[in-house]
Design a protein around this ligand. Structure first.
Ligand code: SD4
Length: 341
């Protein structure tokens, strides 16, 4: 167990690492440089981001729209049927898989769904909410009703074999203990099922050849969560935020702690004040650490960010977070820097 003293020591070390000289804050109405037209890129969370980025690059590479890319990219992950994204994911404590997703374009358009059941591609439903309703967020049965009315098919309510096994294991204790970095631990909580493709929430940010930014995020949320629990991932400003004047940011990790400090919005606002995407992610993570105190050791929170000029950044609370970056059709997996040493 970390002592409070050790924690304070490591926090101070982390904060010292934050002595990044900020760029000059933007004057009212000013824009942070020209957009990065002509140089598309896509960044996404965890190792699952590699395949997702490949999906996104099929659109970005030939000059397509960032919004189409972030939808298609995370659809790859939703279809992979892993422990934590899409219908193959771990269920809630009542044994039902419920999915959260959101999407945001380059014109402050946004749409999300939460607690959606039996729909294979929640990200596409979120996009329909954005494009075909006057609303931003639909939840539960209403979200499902909308999806069906939009032509999405209702899949069987049945756990995947891996999820079934993990759920049965979980029932033995029924203890709620989210596992930090389960996304790339190769283990599906609480038992040994899962494997190399194990991952959690995927969040993706893209800048296209015309300098347009978009973002997406999709998850089953924390495995074995309370029924009705919604995390940060479908909450605009928490799990995802895109401001075409500044940049975009997305979060992964313990959603409750991202929501309480308006995570992605905080990162974007720090960029607006002149921080680079890297410094902004770092400062936002430091804020989580400060809020949580010694309990910060029990959670993971990480942010990724892109400026409208095409700079990227990422930072995590704890060791173990990785992200995929593509500036060509060959994505790279990068181990994130982190706060708690
Ligand atoms: C949630 N933020 O539902 C998600 C979980 C996550 O990596 O991102 N895990 O709280």
């Amino acid at each position: 167990m970390p002592t409070r003293r050790k924690f304070l020591h490591s926090s101070a070390a982390g904060l010292a690492g934050l002595a990044v000289t900020p760029l000059a804050p933007l004057a009212a109405g000013a824009r942070p440089g020209p957009p990065a037209a002509g140089r598309p890129l896509v960044i996404s969370t965890w190792d699952a981001g590699l395949n997702a980025n490949r999906g996104a690059w099929k659109i970005l590479g030939p000059g397509g729209y960032a919004l189409d890319a972030v939808e298609a990219g995370v659809m790859v992950t939703e279809a992979e049927q892993s422990c934590c994204v899409g219908l193959g994911a771990n269920p809630d404590r009542d044994g039902i898989v419920t999915l959260d997703a959101c999407i945001m374009d380059d014109k402050y358009g946004c749409g999300s769904v939460a607690a959606l059941e039996r729909i294979k591609h929640p990200i596409s439903v979120a996009r329909r909410v954005m494009e075909r309703t006057p609303h931003v967020l639909l939840v539960g049965p209403g979200a499902q009703q909308f999806a069906v009315a939009q032509g999405f098919s209702l899949e069987e309510q049945k756990l995947s074999p891996d999820a079934e096994k993990a759920y049965r294991e979980w029932l033995k204790t029924s203890q709620y203990r989210p596992v930090i970095n389960v996304e790339n631990s190769g283990a599906r909580p609480p038992g040994p099922a899962g494997g190399a493709s194990n991952h959690d929430t995927i969040a993706m940010l893209a800048l296209d050849a015309q300098g347009r930014l978009s973002g997406s995020c999709t998850t089953s949320g924390m495995g074995f969560k309370m029924r009705g629990r919604v995390g940060d991932s479908p909450i605009i400003g928490a799990g995802l935020f895109v401001d075409p004047e500044v940049g975009a940011a997305a979060a992964t990790g313990q959603g409750e702690d991202v929501i309480r400090m308006a995570g992605a919005h905080t990162v974007v606002e720090l960029m607006r004040q002149g921080r680079s995407p890297q410094a902004a992610c770092q400062e936002a993570v430091a804020r989580v650490a400060k809020i949580k105190g010694p309990q910060a050791r029990d959670i993971q929170v990480a942010f990724i960010a892109v400026s409208r000029r095409g700079q990227v950044g990422a930072y995590a609370l704890q060791k173990g977070f990785s992200y995929a970056l593509s500036t060509s059709d060959a994505p790279r997996l990068i181990s994130s820097e982190y706060f708690l040493k």
